[in-house]
Ligand binder design. Structure first.
Ligand SMILES: [Fe+2]
Length: 240
């Protein structure tokens, strides 16, 4: 294939990818403004680094935000700088249409686009306010999982079972069902590779970088502590 044919094929594939991704809007996150657009920027945290002490220490928050999250943003921007046809898509569109991104850049966008989306979601799903979930939310979850306590134990057990690094999610599927979903690395339920796709309502970062400084290998202790920080009002708002 000569260079001109190659570029024409690449352009056609890109346009195909864009139109496919635009049909996936059902996967759009309601707060995409927090994620931003290309070139992406590291979002501010909605609270100070020390606000989640003692459950999550300020040093972990700082390294996680300024180190890990910033790297996801930088690497995503670099990958997209080489994919002009994809720069105008929202991050949700990129992630839900990952299989349409040229293979040369797909893994970079998957890992670092996922990393940026997941961490932007993560900062918002935590809160220093430590409020209990509303009775309405507890009832809604109980209708799927049997009781609120069952939901909590099933979610935390799933997070314990996740091998290696990844995320545990509560997802609203396009059919309106609530499901607990595990994704490896920086994948998420927007992506075509997820075992169950849908709208994330709750997600917990189960990478060791989220807890190792304070909890080392004690993942159960971290999960129990972080459960008290979940912003249930936000979960409820996302559920709608
Ligand atoms: Fe993380």
């Amino acid at each position: 294939m000569d260079r001109r044919t190659f570029l024409a094929t690449l352009g056609a594939l890109a346009l195909n990818g864009i139109s496919w991704a635009r049909r996936q809007r059902k996967y759009e996150w309601t707060d995409s403004s927090l994620v931003g657009g290309y070139p992406y920027k590291l979002p501010d945290l909605p609270y100070p680094y020390e606000a989640l002490e003692p459950s999550i220490d300020s040093q972990t928050m700082k390294v996680h935000h300024q180190g890990h999250h910033q790297t996801y943003v930088n690497t995503l921007n670099k990958a997209l700088s080489e994919l002009p046809a994809f720069q105008e898509l929202s991050l949700e569109e990129l992630l839900s249409g990952l299989d349409k991104i040229p293979t040369s850049h797909r893994t970079l966008v998957r890992n670092h686009g996922g990393g940026h989306w997941n961490h932007t979601f993560w900062w918002q799903i935590l809160s220093p306010n430590r409020r209990e979930p509303s009775l309405a939310l507890q009832k809604r979850l109980a209708s799927t999982f049997g009781s609120w306590d069952n939901f909590r134990s099933q979610f935390l057990e799933a997070a314990m079972k996740l091998f290696g690094s990844g995320w545990t999610w509560l997802v609203l599927t396009p059919e309106g069902r609530l499901k607990i979903v595990l994704t490896p690395n920086q994948d998420n339920p927007l992506m075509p590779f997820a075992e169950e796709r849908g709208k994330p309502l709750l997600g917990i970062d189960v990478w060791e970088h989220a807890y190792y400084l304070k909890y080392q290998n004690r993942r159960a202790e971290y999960l129990s502590a972080v459960w008290s920080l979940i912003n249930w009002e936000r979960v409820e708002a996302l559920l709608g």
